[in-house]
Design a protein around this ligand. Structure first.
Ligand code: ZN
Length: 150
């Protein structure tokens, strides 16, 4: 009888564990022609091993006029990334190429478009201070919010 219970427990563990480690959590956010996101805070549970952020541009304006992306960085890196991103220009979606300070980002999109990014939460620290923003020059003044990982 003991053996039987033990076998069951092992089977349960081996089938449940991979699922628990591969938990992908979805976040949806939109930006519009009024230079605003529909969210000022995004909270994700620390039990998520991956996060998929889907950004929808609900406006009509082109990316070169009213482009939006979704970028995640430590709040301490926000100023530096936005300033360097401006120098990187539109060809780089206003982000310094290969910048380690950028934890995750979508591409820059225009009105009517949708884009998404999936990233590993191993790059995040539980309870860390993170900010999400749009890297289009000037947009980050209004288009930014708090990202909570807890
Ligand atoms: Zn924008």
């Amino acid at each position: 009888m003991h053996m039987y219970i033990r076998t069951l427990a092992i089977v349960a563990l081996t089938t449940l564990t991979p699922t628990a480690f591969a938990k992908t959590c979805a976040v949806a956010i939109s930006g519009d022609d009024a230079m605003k996101y529909d969210k000022s805070e995004i909270a994700v549970a620390a039990s998520c091993s991956k996060i998929t952020v889907t950004l929808t541009h609900t406006g009509k304006m082109e990316a070169k006029v009213m482009g939006h992306d979704w970028v995640l960085a430590k709040t301490a890196d926000f100023d530096g990334v936005t300033k360097d991103g401006m120098k990187a220009g539109m060809a780089n979606d206003f982000l310094p190429p290969g910048d380690a300070r950028v934890i995750a980002h979508t591409k820059l999109i225009g009105g009517g478009e949708t884009t998404s990014v999936t990233f590993d939460t191993s790059k995040l620290t539980k309870g860390g201070d993170y900010t999400f923003f749009c890297s289009f020059p000037g947009h980050w003044g209004m288009m930014k919010g708090k990202f909570v990982f807890k």
